[in-house]
Write a protein that binds this ligand. Structure first.
Ligand SMILES: N[C@@H](CCC(=O)N[C@@H](CS)C(=O)NCC(=O)O)C(=O)O
Length: 210
């Protein structure tokens, strides 16, 4: 299998963190990672559009030559393909609580975080827009409070002792925020401590560059 990705971009990074976490647990997936340079516009060239008509990364090429184009579908495919030590384990309640938190992060936080980064200090050279950035910051407050509250029972990671897909998705967006030299935590010490703890994990050290 091949994972078409680009470092720094949140959606590929969440899959890369997931794969690295599974490798730390002993699963060898044998996935080759291939960079599609989005800064140079390679994701919009025919070669990548033939893999994924939406021109996005990540894209996973399966062994049968077909592709998956959505980061969560890629993760869930790998969970099913390599079920031993899968991250989504436990009871139906435990598995779907992890999915719930991951979806909340992806659907309520990742978008405003990415937009905030581009409106503040865009790596693509877009002009800063303080008003737009403030709007995005406002949108982040409820999901950030939700995560701070989740951590209030002293759990080390978002779903407890064991790493989850929610940790991967949140950290992937936070790397982008660090890259643009912003800080979105505000007065949320538990989230800040989680961030430090997560970044000290071997999987995070192997994947994160910022
Ligand atoms: N829903 C998709 C979103 C993928 C996505 O938008 N990826 C971004 C990088 S984080 C991308 O490829 N952007 C380039 C573009 O849309 O032109 C997923 O979860 O994989």
């Amino acid at each position: 299998m091949k994972l078409y990705m680009v470092p720094l971009a949140p959606n590929p990074t969440k899959v890369m963190l997931y794969i690295a976490e599974r490798e730390q647990l002993g699963t060898r997936m044998g996935i080759e990672q291939v960079v599609v340079n989005t800064v140079k516009g390679r994701h919009r060239e025919p070669e990548h559009l033939a893999r994924n008509p939406f021109g996005t990364v990540p894209t996973l090429e399966l062994d049968d030559g077909t592709y998956l184009a959505e980061s969560l579908a890629i993760i869930e495919y790998l969970e099913e393909k390599f079920p031993e030590d899968a991250l989504l384990t436990g009871t139906a309640e435990e598995r779907n609580r992890a999915r719930d938190v991951e979806r909340i992060i992806d659907l309520r936080l990742a978008g405003p975080m990415g937009a905030f980064g581009h409106l503040t200090n865009s790596p693509l050279g877009r002009p800063p827009d303080p008003e737009g950035a403030a709007e995005m910051e406002e949108k982040m407050q409820t999901p950030l409070d939700y995560l701070e509250n989740l951590l209030s029972d002293s759990r080390p990671l978002l779903l407890g002792e064991r790493v989850s897909i929610a940790d991967c998705t949140l950290q992937a967006s936070l790397q982008f925020v660090r890259y643009v030299e912003a800080d979105v935590f505000g007065d949320r010490p538990l989230l800040r401590a989680w961030d430090e703890r997560y970044r000290a994990r071997p999987a995070a050290k192997a994947v994160l560059r910022w």
